[in-house]
Design a protein around this ligand. Structure first.
Ligand SMILES: Nc1ncnc2c1ncn2[C@@H]1O[C@H](COP(=O)(O)OP(=O)(O)OP(=O)(O)O)[C@@H](O)[C@H]1O
Length: 874
């Protein structure tokens, strides 16, 4: 025996087998190397080492395939180098055998079928060096839905015995299978287990297979071929979603009810279930899975923004993505998160196609945007509690959410700052709070967009250390932030786009992008220093200059020629159907979200004491302005024109319009990052705008009442026209003008990209309203001005006031000489005219609201599904 170890690379993992054997490779669970694909036999081949190297003995029905031909037994020798074989068909899953003299696995960045050997499935903490015989469970072809469970092997594995009848799954303790996950609803799904009835063979069942006698017709369109629905145990199992917030998934697709076969994967939150004979095996996605990117390319029209990006990360690793401005980092981030999928290539999480199974897998993705999605006025704990309320199903209890918030606060080392308003945190603490917000739902893939931008080196280091710890599943923040509970056991893949180079050594891997989205380097972070000829990362800024000065394809070629290059599998492109549009990811009904958002908004308002003082003082100060006008005869009609009446009413309505718009004009633009992030986690647009309208309407109406009373005290119009109360009519007119202006303010707030830009717009719109109100300049009989005035709330508010006050008579319009203004028909002292004015004012507000609801889509994150997918992967 020559003692050579054998490295076996399967589509989703690696294992190094010590000399000896025999080792079985096949579909059977008991195989030493499991490759679950329907083309693979249960015991497909046997590996044994001998004096001449390794012998691959074919024991399968469908054979071993090499270079398009079926082959017999195969010898693998050190001299002959690596051997590639496909199992069961010419395009079956490929296995690569690499004879190794050291029996140590290759580093993940350097293998052709890369992946952290053994650790990809068994955890990152394995010591290097010779490994005992291990089982690797490998994935199969893209379209094989029966191959999922093996890639999500975490540490936790529980077995539940199936019993005939109905078994409940959910978060509360009264379920047969308790799913300890806040993403699961209290009563989430039901398994209906019945005797199997074969009708027309396996796969023959229709929609609802339940039968009057309680038995279930076996068969499932998405089942695993030969086994049929739970057929091995003579039972049929159907899973029924019980209207859960987060959904029940079978093989990555959300289902209302579906039959499940052996090896189908039922997913509820992070928990995955699989039938195994008469049992239900439960696995928890604990982050011990690989993340793989193959040949990703992105185009914008004819321009290619990303070229053939390929890399593979072992479980629990931290990847830093760096590159000069415009290199394509954001484009890559969008492709990896699935927000804007790449036009070609594959992203695999745990061997599963992220794009194809996005509906389920997007719930495992956390994304921390560059701008912190936090309200500065809320304390860390409050921000997280409201975040939890929006992220978890409506049936979670306050205590459950609080407990999870306490955990993430500890995990990120924020215990000492839990009661501190976010605005008073240091940059690093604030960023850690943003990360904590994402960690609430325990994502196993965490993306961060420039988390350290604008931070000083100390904070930069604390954030990078925290990320390093999060990837490992250890508490990386302890040193930086004074300790916290250990979160060991909860690892994740962390991918961080950064401009900061000082602490890149804390990353396990680096991906250096060159302009045009070319890969200038991917590999271990210390390898990057060698590759670019630098001593430490402080010198790395010079690398960016070099990258900018050199064409991207030259840099990519240089990398391809290096020892770090990992080619992706070269196979013919496959065209896949574009994935269907996905349903929303909303956890709670709109009204529940509305309630959360209204409470949060009120808390933000009340937490900001100076703002609160301002909105209280505002109506009193504005009320003084109309009082400055002497108006000794009030609004009364005199034998001669009473000019003071017009002035008082113009000032009143202008103040209302200004106040309404000032209240709202910054409200959306200032929390854009929050809105964008929350939209992706299921925030309802209606609930969001609804919360703004509810709170702002309450504030604006109260203000209007105060300043209208101050402004009109002792000078009310003599007679009402419709409601019997001149004061009531004036209040309604003022409130309508203010609220419609408030809606215009919200519209402006969605249109501008910066809160500073709202002030000039506020001034401009207020001055325009002054002119268009008709109080300063008559709009009657002046084409254009008259029509334009119809879109001004001030026009209708002033007209309604004028109608109640009978301003045509009070100002003696049409009676003061040939140059005097004509009477305004909208000021007619009649109930119908007043009503028309008020309704038209409301109409302007409604139009502004509809436009706001439409335009707010512009600032939402663009999540697009790609059109056709040329998939160059195997
Ligand atoms: N829709 C588009 N159409 C055309 N070109 C685009 C489009 N989107 C992005 N680009 C270009 O693609 C390149 C990569 O953009 P991207 O924003 O991904 O770079 P980046 O590395 O994130 O830059 P920065 O570090 O400045 O944020 C840039 O040259 C950009 O101008």
């Amino acid at each position: 025996m020559d003692g050579t170890a054998l490295q076996v690379n399967t589509p989703d993992g690696q294992v190094v087998l010590a000399a000896g054997g025999p080792y079985v490779v096949g579909r059977a669970r008991q195989a030493d190397v499991v490759v679950v694909d329907r083309r693979v036999s249960r015991r497909h081949l046997i590996l044994e080492s001998g004096a001449d190297g390794w012998l691959v003995r074919d024991t399968s029905a469908n054979g071993l395939w090499c270079d398009g031909r079926r082959v017999g037994n195969v010898n693998v020798t050190t001299r002959g180098g690596q051997v590639r074989i496909r199992l069961g068909a010419v395009d079956g899953p490929e296995i690569v055998f690499v004879p190794r003299s050291d029996s140590r696995p290759e580093p993940p960045g350097r293998t052709e079928q890369p992946g952290d050997p053994l650790t990809a499935l068994a955890g990152a903490g394995d010591p290097p060096g010779p490994q005992p015989r291990r089982v690797v469970r490998a994935g199969a072809a893209d379209d094989d839905v029966s191959t999922l469970q093996h890639q999500v092997v975490g540490h936790d594995r529980r077995v539940h015995r199936l019993r005939p009848g109905r078994m409940m799954l959910g978060r509360s303790q009264d379920n047969d299978v308790v799913v300890d996950d806040l993403l699961a609803s209290r009563h989430h799904a039901q398994l209906r287990v019945g005797p199997q009835r074969r009708v027309g063979g396996v796969g023959g069942s229709g929609a609802d297979g339940s039968r009057a006698d309680g038995s279930i017709v076996a068969g499932n369109g998405n089942g695993a071929g030969g086994d049929g629905a739970a057929g091995a145990a003579g039972i049929a199992v159907e899973v029924v979603d019980l209207g859960s917030a987060n959904g029940t998934f079978v093989n990555g697709q959300r289902v209302v009810r579906a039959f499940v076969a052996q090896r189908d994967v039922i997913a509820i939150g992070h928990h995955l279930f699989q039938l195994d004979g008469g049992t239900l095996v439960e696995y928890v996605d604990s982050g011990d899975v690989t993340f793989e990117v193959k040949s990703l390319s992105v185009w914008a029209g004819p321009k290619q923004l990303m070229h053939d990006v390929t890399f593979r990360l072992p479980a629990r690793s931290l990847l830093g993505v760096v590159g000069p401005s415009g290199a394509g980092k954001s484009t890559l981030l969008n492709a990896l998160t699935g927000f804007r999928p790449a036009d070609a290539g594959v992203v695999r999480y745990a061997g599963r196609d992220l794009y194809a199974e996005y509906d389920e897998l997007r719930r495992r993705i956390g994304y921390v945007p560059q701008a912190d999605p936090l309200h500065g006025q809320l304390t860390v704990r409050q921000a997280l509690e409201y975040g939890a309320e929006l992220r978890f199903p409506a049936d979670t209890t306050v205590e459950e959410r609080r407990s999870r918030v306490r955990e993430v606060i500890a995990q990120l080392g924020l215990r000492d700052h839990a009661g501190t308003p976010v605005s008073r945190l240091s940059g690093g603490q604030r960023k850690r709070t943003s990360v904590a917000l994402e960690l609430l739902t325990r994502p196993t893939l965490l993306f961060l967009d420039e988390p350290t931008s604008g931070l000083d080196p100390a904070n930069d280091q604390s954030v990078m250390e925290a990320l390093h710890g999060l990837a490992r599943g250890s508490d990386g923040t302890a040193g930086a932030a004074g300790g916290g509970a250990s979160s060991a056991g909860e690892g994740r893949t962390v991918i961080v786009v950064t401009h900061s180079v000082l602490f890149l050594d804390l990353c396990d891997y680096l991906l250096v992008l060159a302009p045009g989205g070319h890969v200038a380097y991917f590999g271990p972070s210390e390898g990057a220093l060698r590759f670019f000829g630098k001593k430490d990362f402080k010198e790395f800024v010079a690398v960016f200059r070099e990258l900018e000065a050199t064409p991207g394809d030259v840099l990519a070629a240089r990398f391809r020629a290096s020892e770090y290059y990992v080619p992706s599998a070269v196979v013919a492109p496959v065209v896949r159907r574009p994935p269907a549009l996905l349903p929303g990811i909303r956890q709670q009904p709109v009204m529940a979200q509305l309630s959360t958002l209204v409470r949060r908004y009120l808390r933000v308002v009340f937490a900001d004491r100076s703002y609160l003082r301002l909105i209280i003082a505002f109506p009193f100060l504005l009320g003084i302005i109309p009082r400055v006008i002497p108006a000794k005869d009030g609004l009364a009609a005199l034998p001669e024109p009473n000019p003071d009446a017009t002035k008082v009413l113009v000032v009143l309505v202008l103040c209302a319009c200004f106040m309404g718009m000032a209240n709202s004009v910054r409200e959306i633009v200032k929390e854009r990052p929050i809105y964008r992030r929350e939209r992706t986690i299921g925030l309802s647009r209606t609930a969001y705008l609804g919360s703004k309208i509810v709170v702002l309407t309450a504030i604006t109406t109260c203000q209007c009442v105060v300043f209208t009373l101050i402004g009109l005290l002792g000078r009310l119009p003599a007679n009402a026209v419709l409601l019997g109360s001149p004061l009531g009519e004036c209040l309604i007119a003022v409130v309508v003008a203010a609220l419609s202006s408030m809606m215009i303010g919200l519209l402006v707030s969605t249109l501008v990209d910066n809160a500073d830009k709202t002030m000039p717009v506020l001034v401009l719109v207020t001055m325009a309203q002054l002119v268009l109100s008709g109080g300063l300049v008559s709009a009657v009989g002046r084409p254009v001005l008259e029509q334009v005035s119809w879109i001004a709330p001030a026009r209708w508010g002033f007209a309604a006031l004028g109608s109640t006050a009978d301003l045509n008579d009070v100002a003696k319009l049409g009676r003061v000489g040939p140059r005097g203004d004509p009477p305004d028909p909208l000021w007619e002292h009649s109930g119908s005219t007043w009503l028309l004015d008020v309704l038209a004012g409301v109409g302007v507000g409604v139009v502004a609201l509809v436009l706001t609801a439409y335009m707010i889509r512009r600032i939402e994150p663009k999540v697009s599904r790609r059109r056709t997918i040329a998939d160059p992967s195997s």
